[in-house]
Ligand binder design. Structure first.
Ligand code: NI
Length: 184
């Protein structure tokens, strides 16, 4: 099943998501559907609120970024916590499936130590670096109700106001299915 992606302006994208405590077949079906949804939109990551579920779950596919696919990972993170971020901040032009046609430089630290659960409920602690860490940080923000445009300057955000308003109204060219909060 492919879900429509919730667009900028949808209040669910601004909510802090709930902890998951049942690891069952239903959760696994949701994970499968989210992978299908992410792949159908060529996303490198997808968080549950983007498909209308306010729960602490996201997945990433950072294999797109390297020619040698083994450098990236394709993985689900449940109830994740970022224990530590380290290194000198670096900029990269980020985008988001919920905010199409907008890309802006975002500064993030290059190394993170994560604690999370697998779809089976197993607790893991692991370090991630570079582009994989960046995609995780972006998706982690989503389950906290934070969007990448929150990391840019107020001045730049002001310049994007019209475009953002158009996105929430569905006035945007996007080839995957979306759900717009202000479409009449
Ligand atoms: Ni995003």
């Amino acid at each position: 099943m492919i879900y429509p992606i919730r667009a900028y302006g949808d209040p669910i994208l601004r909510a802090k998501c709930q902890t998951i405590d049942v690891f069952d077949g239903e959760l696994n079906q949701l994970i499968d559907a989210m992978y299908q949804t992410m792949d159908a939109s060529d996303g490198v990551g997808l968080a549950a609120p983007q498909i209308g579920k306010s729960i602490r779950l996201f997945m990433i596919d950072s294999t797109h970024f390297s020619e040698n696919k083994s450098e990236g990972i394709r993985q689900v993170f449940i109830n994740p916590e970022i224990i530590r971020e380290s290194g000198d901040e670096w900029a990269f032009e980020e985008g988001c499936l919920s905010i199409p046609e907008i890309r802006e430089d975002v500064y993030r630290k290059p190394s993170i130590l994560m604690k999370y659960q697998t779809p089976e409920g197993t607790i893991r602690e692991e370090e991630f670096n570079g582009m994989t860490a960046r995609v995780i940080q972006h998706e982690y923000d989503h389950i906290e109700g934070v969007l990448f445009i929150d990391h840019i300057s107020a001045f730049k955000r002001q310049l994007l106001k019209g475009k953002l308003n158009n996105i929430s109204r569905g006035k945007v060219n996007v080839r995957y299915r979306m759900k717009f909060p202000k479409r009449g």
